[in-house]
Design a protein around this ligand. Structure first.
Ligand SMILES: [Zn+2]
Length: 134
């Protein structure tokens, strides 16, 4: 893992407060990968993915320039999901718990950006309109 990724992983660890796990592997994939694996075969805007089945790999789009902090923050977001999985947070699959996990990942992502001096007003906006019926 590069120094850059270790720095991002430190942010994910410290800002989430979750107990540590060995660092994940990052694999860069083209949009078609995310359509096939994260979006049920449909075209979609997903650019970062950590499988619900867990594992040690986070997937991020190969179209991003990680010198851009907003792009780098997507890696931090997926690293939080990785830590949640390794701390047994994926065993509860209820909608409300899933939303809590998403809120935590977006919260860490925004805090990372804030510490890097970026005001990210659009980050996490999509989950604000989500709610559970169960
Ligand atoms: Zn997420």
């Amino acid at each position: 893992m590069t120094d850059f990724l270790l720095a991002l992983y430190s942010y994910a660890l410290i800002l989430s407060g979750l107990p540590p796990a060995p660092p994940p592997e990052l694999i860069l994939e083209p949009p078609e990968f995310f359509w096939a694996h994260a979006c049920g075969g449909q075209r979609c805007p997903v650019i970062g993915w950590y499988p619900e089945s867990g594992g040690n790999v986070i997937y991020v789009s190969d179209r991003l320039n990680f010198e851009n902090k907003v792009s780098a923050s997507i890696i931090v977001h997926e690293m939080v999901h990785y830590l949640q999985y390794h701390n047994h947070q994926f065993t509860d699959t209820s909608c409300s718990h899933s939303l809590d996990l998403e809120r935590q990942a977006y919260g860490v992502q925004k805090e990372y950006l804030l510490q890097e001096g970026v005001i990210a007003t659009g980050v996490g906006i999509s989950i604000m309109s989500m709610h559970c019926t169960d």
